[in-house]
Design a protein around this ligand. Structure first.
Ligand code: UDX
Length: 456
């Protein structure tokens, strides 16, 4: 119990969404808030649960999500998120009520519930228990704005698009073309619109935190703020504010770091398509031979499931390992990506353009080859090539000759050098954002001030 007159510590309850691209930024945000003096409780589903031993200073609570192995194997991503929101509300209600009760005998008090936008079930519980809540959006402002456009188009009956690969400009959101719109490829369209409707709904939450920064999306963040009745805080890149331990769901192959040590500066192309995207076997084949034929050293993450229907690394083409050999290319199941991108041997990143990957690449000044797969990745790829101009966008069918030439353009040509220079310039701007007095740093301070006041 707190002594009389002594100020009680404040506890923040952060509710994760059970996907790697969401767990990472939420735990990074938690590390930042912990460094500011808050006690941290992480609430997570059993499904895709992170390893709490990497974060001994946090209190982890795992709630029963009610998803069976059959659900996980048979449902598409959209259906999984909708099901989790149905099934987690009650367990979370019990869990938070217990926490509130316990605080009577603890030296800290819950100041706020911060929930991933995909875990929107959290808001009602927080409200019932008279706790303030804040939404954490792990993706970017432009995707959010583009979703408004697709909702409008859906209402007008223009979605599904007549031609999903249409080059037609989206006049409401330049420089996007219709093919760049973040429309789901998972499950029925009505489920997707139900989900984005739920995710957009601020409910009674009192603020929204974005893992983005002014130097990338200043005007879009300002536009969002005009449209939104609660304050928006852009505090990215969160992973650069304080060091946070790894929270990988798959085991990282750290041996690849010593392989990188043996490579020349800026010579290696790092290839990763994140934790969810998968491709068909034909694309994999073209990618493999495109990389090999480029004669550029590469570090390639081939995660179990990278190829549709394959859970094995042996999804690589026959004979590939023997012909290419470790000297040119190293293939791993999962890499310590932030460290890889910070290594001076890495000169380019073939990426699916997940938002975390983009922020991690920009933070190290590494230019990209973009091969987006779905959702926000398509928006980000367009911004990389057309607005920030720090990468190439590989579009249409994958073909080994095209791939080889794209790798050469990025890694060995003047065009690639110019992109690398712009990426380095952007890296400096990103560093300024999180320095004292920078836009992200100021936003973070304003945001944490809210918690301090909310539980006095
Ligand atoms: C998903 C969506 O696909 C993405 O578009 C959205 O913005 C967030 O949710 P994901 O596909 O996993 O995420 O991509 P990304 O956002 O890039 O997150 C992947 C994370 O895994 C990154 O933090 C990256 O550093 C990490 N990673 C990836 C590794 O640590 N090792 C790897 O080998 C690959």
């Amino acid at each position: 119990m707190a002594e009389q007159g002594q100020e009680r510590r404040r506890r923040l309850v952060l509710v994760a969404a059970p996907f790697q691209g969401h767990i990472n930024p939420l735990l990074q945000l938690s590390a930042v808030l912990h460094s500011k003096g808050f006690s941290i409780t992480i609430v997570h589903t059993q499904f895709n649960s992170p390893d709490p031993s990497n974060y001994p200073e946090f209190n982890f609570l795992f709630i029963q999500d009610g998803l069976s192995d059959h659900d996980v194997a048979s449902l598409d991503l959209t259906a999984i998120v909708l099901a989790l929101n149905d099934k987690c509300q009650l367990p979370f209600q019990e869990c938070l009520a217990r926490l509130v009760k316990e605080q009577e005998t603890r030296d800290d008090r819950i100041a706020c519930v911060i929930y991933d936008e995909l875990s929107y079930f959290s808001e009602a519980t927080a409200r019932n228990l008279k706790l303030p809540s804040i939404i954490f959006r792990t993706s970017n402002a432009n995707t959010f704005l583009a979703r408004s456009v697709i909702i409008e188009m859906y209402v007008q009956g223009r979605i599904p698009l007549a031609d999903p690969l249409s080059q037609k400009a989206v006049l409401e959101h330049p420089p996007l073309r219709q093919r760049d719109l973040p429309i789901s490829s998972f499950g029925p369209m009505k489920n997707f619109f139900k989900l984005i409707g739920n995710v957009r709904d601020v409910r009674r939450s009192s603020a929204i935190v974005y893992n983005t920064m002014d130097c990338l999306e200043g005007s879009s963040i300002a536009k969002l703020q005009q449209l939104c009745h609660v304050p928006i805080f852009a505090i990215g890149s969160i992973h650069k504010i304080v060091p946070a331990p790894s929270c990988s769901l798959l085991e990282e192959d750290t041996d690849c770091m010593s392989w990188l040590d043996r490579q020349a500066p800026s010579s290696v192309i790092y290839v990763s398509t994140g934790s969810l995207a998968s491709m068909d076997a034909k694309d994999m084949l073209e990618m493999a031979w495109g990389l090999a034929n480029s004669e550029q050293p590469f570090l390639w993450v081939v995660r179990p499931g990278s190829v549709h229907g394959s859970e094995r690394v042996e999804s690589l083409p026959d004979g590939f390992r023997a012909i290419v050999g470790e000297q040119q290319g190293r293939v791993v199941k999962w890499a310590p990506q932030k460290e890889v991108l910070a290594h001076n041997a890495v000169g380019g990143f073939w990426s699916h353009c997940g938002w975390n990957s983009l922020l991690e690449s920009i933070s190290e000044g590494v230019p990209l080859i973009c091969r987006p797969s779905f959702g926000d990745q398509k928006v980000t790829a367009r911004y990389v090539s057309q607005v920030w101009r720090v990468g190439l966008h590989l579009e249409d069918e994958l073909e080994r000759g095209e791939i080889e030439s794209a790798i050469r353009r990025l890694m060995a040509d003047k065009e690639g050098d110019e992109m690398r220079q712009r990426a380095m310039d952007l890296k400096e701007k990103a560093e300024l954002c999180i320095r004292i007095g920078g836009s992200s740093s100021n936003s973070l301070n304003k945001h944490t001030m809210r918690f301090r006041h909310s539980c006095r």
